[in-house]
Design a protein around this ligand. Structure first.
Ligand code: ZN
Length: 221
């Protein structure tokens, strides 16, 4: 039976790099993959972007109200048909679905990824961030933590050398602990711009030091 995998990590833990490597490994063996990304992520728009500089166009951008299983099934059929029409030798089927920024998918779309694995027999590798800057799970990540067959943590280190588990939000050079769950900086903003949003991966100790001991602000209830 195919499985749904959730590979999660803090910002800068190399999730997109791992995804692109996985795609390469499949294709090196002559197999087809489909790259999926939520449309909400404006960073890199329709591309998967690795911090190492590799980029690749995604095959499917999923809007929040898209029926993920239907959209993905149609794209699988198109890919297989195109390969057959181009007279590419060999057996054609999608061997794996690779999902970038999976935290931004809806819980319903995560359920669809589970159905695609279990009912349609296509393994799904979902990569994403576990929690937001206030240490709360993204809706997509929470659902993945609940139902994925396999959980794997991709690790990165904090500025102090310990393992980073949280994502601190930095605006205008200062850590910020309130605001919307999703804030992706505009491509036009500059570092000194007060609206420029960046993130720093932090260990628990450094996060608590920056937040003044607060993990879950009362306002975030
Ligand atoms: Zn630290």
């Amino acid at each position: 039976m195919a499985k749904l995998y959730f590979r999660y990590g803090a910002m800068n833990s190399g999730k997109s790099t791992a995804l692109l490597q996985a795609a390469y490994n499949y294709e090196e063996r002559g197999q087809h993959v489909l790259l999926v990304k939520p449309a909400i992520d404006t960073k890199g728009a329709s591309q998967v972007e690795s911090r190492l500089g590799m980029t690749r166009e995604v095959d499917i951008l999923l809007a929040p109200d898209d029926d993920a299983r239907q959209v993905i099934a149609a794209e699988c059929a198109r890919l297989v048909r195109d390969a057959a029409e181009a007279l590419v030798p060999g057996e054609h089927r999608v061997a794996c679905l690779l999902v970038d920024e999976a935290q931004f998918l809806t819980p319903q779309q995560i359920d669809d990824l589970f159905r695609i694995a279990v009912l349609d027999g296509i393994p799904v590798l979902a990569y994403g961030i576990r929690t937001d800057f206030r240490t709360q799970a993204f809706p997509g990540s929470r659902r993945l933590l609940e139902i994925a067959h396999s959980l794997e943590e991709l690790k990165t280190i904090c500025r102090c050398g310990r393992k980073a588990v949280f994502n601190g939000r930095v605006i205008g050079g200062r850590f910020i602990f309130d605001g919307d769950q999703v804030a992706i900086d505009a491509a036009t903003a500059t570092v000194r711009d007060e609206h420029f949003v960046t993130y720093e991966s932090l260990c628990g100790a450094c996060y608590l030091e920056e937040s003044g001991g607060v993990l879950l602000p009362a306002a975030a209830e």
